[in-house]
Design a protein around this ligand. Structure first.
Ligand SMILES: [Zn+2]
Length: 451
């Protein structure tokens, strides 16, 4: 077999045995599941007829053209995302960095100026100029500016006011609302923790009781829900877990239950992930679910788990790549949820992010690549906590750690009433070979020492 590509899992004789069986009872869910499987069967059969060699190709150039156009012009279909414009900047810029396509400096500067107009006079970023600040576009704007990574980009962020904004959405129970007067869910804790670490404004007081609140979101299924007591969901599980990683408290989750839940979300026939139990496969969960595996690998390693692989994450990396490359690419560029759906920038960003996670294990010191198809399919690695490229994370941390943490006397100091900080925070994270978190540990350490 030397020189020949490894046969695809979806072309093997035993693959149809992975199809769903409904035990003779039709339900709306089971019928939908069968419909999706039939559409995927069709895609595989067409692929088999056209290609003699099992070498799925990433349509690099088509994706690049689609993304490049989106940076300058959006069709009317995006009108409904008028309150998510920093998200469009992030989805497109992150997709471009994964494809290792440079952003022309004039475009980068225009994006900086646009995001500056989205920044609220009271701190944080809004979905568009003149709108109210909200944690989701704040996360997207900070990530987009860190991807651009120029002094112009960094200087857009008003860190003092950003900290004011984070305090304005912090709740007494440790949770955060998405915007003043808005809803609480675990996304907000992640968005707040992510922007606070990247820009070096994270203070222990700001995240007091946040760990306890997030831990309440882990339910009997093993995954996390948006708020305590609801159904486990991929997006919320990623947000809650990544927030705990930033706060140095992920070991307080039931890690084994979380692992069991997330690996069970990879679909047996499709190869991609579903967001919740009994739901359909969707390309965007390639990141929200598969992105949990690097976080879990690292957390279990810290706990002294001896059986961990030093080459592979604990999911079927090849099967996910097959799903993304065969079922989620629009032939004219852009990626999508599942066959039959249309492309958009959100799915393009998260399918590519998931593909990157499936291609890269570890970091610089211990790095294994598993690239399905030709070498040209290789994407840049992504940081599993922030979902921007690891060098952009370290560059941002280096830049902002030269600046002082803004004084945090906004709330009375009640930390002492709760006793000393959890010792988990002071664990030595240096000898963790498979996380891109040399940068992260320095950020966490800085946060511990600031008062
Ligand atoms: Zn989706």
């Amino acid at each position: 077999m030397d020189g020949l590509p490894t046969p695809l899992r979806c072309l093997s004789e035993c693959h149809p045995a992975e199809m769903f069986t409904d035990d003779g009872v039709d339900t709306v869910t089971s019928l939908e599941q069968k419909k999706v499987e039939r559409s995927i069967e069709e895609v595989i059969s067409v692929y088999k007829q056209i290609h003699s060699l099992p070498q799925p190709t990433l349509l690099r150039d088509q994706h690049y053209q689609y993304l490049k156009k989106g940076l300058r012009h959006l069709s009317d279909a995006y009108e409904c995302l008028d309150a998510s414009r920093p998200w469009l900047c992030f989805w497109i810029l992150h997709s471009l960095e994964l494809l290792e396509e440079p952003i022309p400096s004039a475009v980068a500067s225009d994006v900086c100026q646009f995001l500056a107009r989205c920044q609220s006079p009271t701190g944080g970023f809004a979905g568009g100029p003149g709108q109210h600040a909200h944690l989701a576009p704040t996360y997207a704007a900070v990530n987009a500016l860190c991807i651009i990574g120029t002094d112009e980009a960094y200087s857009v962020i008003d860190r003092e006011k950003l900290l004011d904004f984070l305090w304005s959405v912090k709740q007494p129970d440790g949770s955060f609302v998405m915007h003043v007067g808005g809803e609480v869910d675990v996304r907000s804790a992640y968005c707040a923790a992510s922007v606070a670490t990247l820009t070096n404004i994270l203070t222990p007081k700001l995240f007091e009781d946040t760990t306890t609140w997030i831990l309440r979101c882990q339910n009997w299924e093993g995954g996390l829900s948006g708020v305590p007591g609801l159904e486990a969901h991929g997006g919320y599980t990623f947000c809650g877990t990544a927030a705990l990683v930033i706060l140095g408290k992920e070991h307080m989750l039931d890690l084994k239950a979380l692992l069991r839940w997330v690996v069970s979300r990879q679909m047996r026939f499709e190869g991609g992930f579903q967001g919740r139990c009994n739901k359909l496969v969707d390309g965007c969960y390639s990141f929200w679910q598969a992105g949990l595996l690097p976080l879990l690998h690292r957390a279990l390693f810290k706990e002294g788990e001896s059986e961990l692989s030093r080459q592979r994450w604990m999911f079927e990396q090849r099967a996910l790549q097959e799903y993304i490359l065969l079922c989620c690419q629009n032939p004219t560029g852009g990626l999508l949820d599942k066959p039959g759906k249309s492309r958009d920038f959100y799915h393009t960003c998260y399918c590519l992010s998931g593909l990157s996670i499936a291609q890269h294990f570890g970091n610089m010191d211990l790095h294994h690549e598993l690239i399905l198809g030709k070498e040209e399919n290789r994407l840049a690695p992504t940081h599993p906590v922030y979902n921007i490229c690891p060098d952009k994370v370290s560059q941002a941390l280096q830049h902002f750690h030269r600046l002082p943490v803004p004084g945090d006397d906004r709330q009375p100091d009640i930390a002492s009433a709760y006793g000393p900080a959890d010792p988990g925070n002071s664990r030595n994270q240096k000898d963790l070979p498979w996380c891109c978190d040399d940068t992260l540990s320095s950020g966490a350490k800085k946060a511990e020492t600031c008062h």
